[in-house]
Design a protein around this ligand. Structure first.
Ligand SMILES: Cc1cc2nc3c(=O)[nH]c(=O)nc-3n(C[C@H](O)[C@H](O)[C@H](O)COP(=O)(O)OP(=O)(O)OC[C@H]3O[C@@H](n4cnc5c(N)ncnc54)[C@H](O)[C@@H]3O)c2cc1C
Length: 290
């Protein structure tokens, strides 16, 4: 199943909604997106303001703005988190499935430093039937957190891939590149960082595997393990990619080179699906959960 949006529909959609979207998303015919962040509320997602007025009998009208939404504005369907109860924080948020062709929904792309498809969405009285609710009204925040528990290890896996690619590149460069009459890998100032890069990458990989296994096993500790895997793997990848650039010298900075691309791409995963700071908050909170 691709993407956060597809998994959320799979996990929480009513059968007719899941049947409409999940097979198409799974086989790549439709693209789903997960719209939680807003211009004024990113980390503090429990404070979102996009309003859903109405009720389970009459259906809902969505009005407001979402931003930094991966796959927007080109997705075919959006999972949208909206406020159904004012002044209730995370306990007043509901989740809806909104087809991209719904009247009143528009969007525009945002360009980032790496080629990530992302954009902003405006909801101008978008009508949504109650059958498109994901879970119960006012229980949408839990729906979002369940999806993130599942997806954070996959962000970690992406980060491990970037770290491994940077390590492989730097390892080969250190063998090939000569200075002072020998391959630079013979200088301890190069070989020890390579050893450290390899060790941290392997540790990140094992943590990602552990988090994925914990999710599959339905472990009660999955929130903590997922956050640990995401935090450690994305921070490791940033450090490994930066270390690889240092080992390659100027060659690592040439526009269009593999390391230059990794250097740009490695930055965002420390921010999306919860920043590193928030992963530490989650882990610390879970340490005291009984
Ligand atoms: C490439 C990319 C893809 C994204 N895709 C999606 C998507 O598909 N769907 C979606 O809904 N969102 C998406 N986002 C948005 C992303 O989830 C937010 O950017 C993220 O949650 C942080 O919110 P913010 O950028 O508003 O930063 P802010 O919330 O303004 O935070 C700014 C800084 O303050 C820190 N901070 C805030 N509160 C605390 C606290 N309590 N304790 C410690 N530190 C704190 C943060 O860690 C951060 O360093 C994406 C972002 C990026 C960059």
């Amino acid at each position: 199943m691709q993407g956060l949006g597809g998994v959320t529909i799979q996990q929480a959609g009513r059968p007719e909604v899941a049947d409409r979207w999940v097979p198409a998303i799974a086989n790549g015919e439709a693209v789903a997106a997960f719209a939680l962040s807003e211009p004024e509320h990113g980390t503090d997602a429990g404070a979102i303001e996009l309003a859903a007025t109405g009720d389970p009998e009459a259906g809902y009208r969505l009005s407001g703005v979402k931003t930094w939404i991966s796959n927007a504005p080109d997705a075919d369907v959006y999972v949208v988190f909206a406020r159904t109860t004012p002044d209730a924080g995370a306990k007043g948020v509901s989740a809806f499935v909104v087809p991209a062709d719904s009247p009143g929904l528009s969007g525009e792309p945002i360009e980032l430093l790496s080629g990530h498809p992302i954009g902003r969405l405006t909801f101008d009285g978008v009508q949504v039937p109650s059958s498109n609710l994901l879970g119960e009204p006012d229980h949408g925040f839990r729906v979002a957190m369940r999806t993130l528990d599942r997806f954070r290890p996959s962000v970690g896996a992406f980060a491990v891939g970037m770290a491994q690619a940077a390590l492989d590149h730097a390892r080969e460069h250190a063998e090939r590149r000569h200075a002072f009459g020998r391959p630079i890998r013979e200088f301890q100032a190069v070989s020890h960082p390579l050893a450290e890069m390899a060790t941290r990458t392997e540790a990140a990989r094992l943590l990602v595997y552990a988090a994925a296994a914990a999710y599959d096993a339905g472990s009660p500790g999955v929130t903590k393990t997922s956050a640990m895997a995401k935090l450690f793997a994305t921070e490791t990848a940033q450090w490994v990619v930066d270390s690889a650039v240092q080992i390659e010298g100027a060659a690592g900075l040439v526009a269009g080179s593999p390391l230059e691309r990794l250097y740009r791409e490695v930055r965002a995963p420390r921010i999306y699906e919860g920043t590193s700071e928030i992963q530490r908050e989650i882990i610390a909170r879970e340490l005291y959960r009984t």
